[in-house]
Write a protein that binds this ligand. Sequence first.
Ligand code: AMP
Ligand code: MG
Length: 413
Amino acid sequence: MTPLEEVRELVLTYCSPRAPKMVPRMNARGLTLASDVVATEPVPPFANTAVDGYAVIAADTSRVPVELRVIGEVAAGNVATQSVQPGTAIRIMTGAPLPDGCDAIVMVENTERIGEEAVRILTSVQAGDAVRLAGSDVSTGSTVFQAGTVINPMVEGVLASINAQNVSVFPRVRVGVISTGDELIDDGSPLSPGQIRESNRAMLLRVVAEAGAEAVDLGIVRDNEGVLENELMRAVNELHCDAIVTSGGVSMGDYDIVKAVLGRIASMKWFQIAMKPAKPFAFGTINGTSAVVPVFGLPGNPVSSLMSFELLARPAIRTMMGMTHAFRPRVRAIVDENVLRKPDGKVHFDRVHAHWGTDGRVHVSRTGPQGSHQLAATSVANAIMAVPDGDGVSAGEEVVVTFLGPDSGPSRR
Ligand code: AMP
Ligand code: MG
C-alpha cells in the first residue's frame, strides 16, 4: 500500500495548468488569474461624499452651532452647478461628486434644517471629513490583483469597478464523468433482480462543478470493453475533455473492465492506497490526437468514489486550473466520542459532523455507519476526520479534520 500523500504528489506532477486565455469577465467566475491585473481607471473615479449631508468649508464650522445658507442640492449621478462659498453649503447625497469650493461634508444627522434656504450645523468638521477621494479604493496604474488570484465574487466586483471586461485566466477544465457497471440503472424504471440505482455520476458531476470545473456527463457504460474504449476516446478526441473521472471497475474482480481498458489505451498506475475507504485507485493519461488527458479511476462504492475524488482528483483538477489552494481547509478538532479501530496499516477517513463547541474549539462526531456503500451517512457529514493507523482515538483527543462541500466549515452546533 502507498501512503495517500505520495499518490497525491505523483498525480499532481501530471496535472499542470492549461495554457492561459483571455475570457469575458462574466465567464471567469471561479477561475484563476493567469496574469496581474493593473487598474486603468481610479475607483472611485471622482471625489465624492460618504454620507448624506451638507458640503461645507470646514473652517466655517470651527464654532458651532453655525447657520449656513443652502445654495443648492446635488444627488448621486449629478454634478453641482454652484460652488460652495464661505458662509454657504450645498445639500448633498451619498455618492454625489464634491462640489467645487467645499472641503468637508457634515452628515445630515449633525444638522438642523431651517426652512429651504438655511441649515444649522451642530458639530464641527475637519477638512476631508466624509470625503472619499478619487482613487482611494483603487488607484490608476496599481496592480489590483496578482496572477494566481481566484476570481471570487468580491474580485469579480472589483474587476467590474475598474471596467476590466476581459481577463487572462487559466481556462476551466472540462471533466468527463463516466459510470461503469451492468447493474446500474438511472432511468427511473423498476429494478430487476440484481440491479441498483446509479448514484455516483449524479454526485460526481456535482462535485466536479463545485470544484470549479465544467462537468461533462458521459453516462453509464456497461461492462463491455469495446464500448468503454470508444467512449473514453470519444471523450478525449471529440468532446475535448481535459480530464476524465471513471467510477467502478478498478478493483480485482473479473469484471473490472475499466482496469482492462485503461491498461490497454492509457499509461496507468494502479494503486492500493493506505487508506479506508477508497483503497483501490487508478491514475494515468490517455494520449489523444491533440492532448494528453489525465484519467482518474475511482472505485465504484459510492463513499469510496467520493473520497478518492475529494482526496485525489479534486486537488488535481484544481491544480489544472492554476489554483494554488487546491486543497480543502483543514483544522485540528476535538473528537467527541471514542473511535475504536484495528491496526491495518491504513489511515481511516471517517465522515463526521464538525461544529463549534462551547470551548471555542471545533468538535466532531461521526454521522453514522462508515461502510463504503453507506452514502447516506456520508451525505450529512460536513467534514472527514483522519483516524491514524492504530487502535483508534478516545473522546477528547485531537484529530485532523478536512472540511467537505460548498458550505465548508463547522456549524453552530
Ligand atoms: P466496482 O468497483 O465496479 O466493483 O463496484 C463496487 C460496488 O460499487 C458495487 O457494489 C457496485 O454495484 C457499486 N457501484 C459501482 N458503480 C456505481 C455507481 N455508479 N452508482 C452506485 N453504485 C455503484
Ligand atoms: Mg463494476
